[in-house]
Design a protein around this ligand. Structure first.
Ligand SMILES: Cc1cc2nc3c(=O)[nH]c(=O)nc-3n(C[C@H](O)[C@H](O)[C@H](O)COP(=O)(O)O)c2cc1C
Length: 150
């Protein structure tokens, strides 16, 4: 069964997660947005938080939305303002996940993301959702992924 980890990451947490999926023979596809994050922490929180709050969708760079070769897809992305970030919003809009085994791995400062969870459950009622609290800092959080590998 072919498996794909389709993800975005801005400060490296998603990269740590991608290493785990790679070691379990998932293909990796990192998705990037044209728009760059502001350099300062303050402005990245302000701009990113605002964009997430209005459910903004980012313009993606050379996004390959063909997942026809895969049976299992894991979508990874950071939580912004309790919501999905704009890159993940675009991935969901531009990709057809029909008949795929679908899991979301969402990384955040708190290990939660209530509004993102609500949105995913509404669109993909059968999808699994796994929250990780800052996996770059708390490596033990990565053990939560083991339920996917047994
Ligand atoms: C704009 C912005 C908004 C954020 N909002 C939240 C939030 O609402 N709740 C939370 O727990 N973490 C929040 N975070 C923290 C990130 O979700 C967390 O650091 C995540 O692990 C980042 O993943 P990355 O390093 O792969 O980009 C926010 C970070 C940014 C940049």
């Amino acid at each position: 069964m072919k498996k794909l980890f389709l993800y975005c990451s801005y400060t490296g947490n998603g990269e740590i997660v991608s290493d785990i999926f790679k070691s379990h023979e998932y293909d990796l596809r990192k998705v990037r947005e044209k728009k760059k994050m502001p350099k300062s922490f303050f402005w990245s929180m302000m701009v990113g938080g605002f964009r997430a709050s209005i459910h903004s969708k980012g313009k993606l760079v050379d996004y390959n939305n063909d997942i026809s070769n895969y049976e299992e897809i894991v979508v990874g992305g950071p939580i912004w303002n309790a919501r999905l970030n704009p890159t993940t919003n675009s991935i969901l809009k531009e990709t057809d996940f029909t008949n795929k085994k679908l899991t979301f791995v969402l990384y955040s400062g708190s290990g939660t993301g209530k509004k993102a969870e609500k949105k995913i459950k509404k669109i993909f009622p059968k999808a699994n959702i796994i929250f990780l609290k800052e996996p770059k800092k708390y490596n033990e959080e990565l053990e939560k992924l083991n339920i996917l590998f047994n």
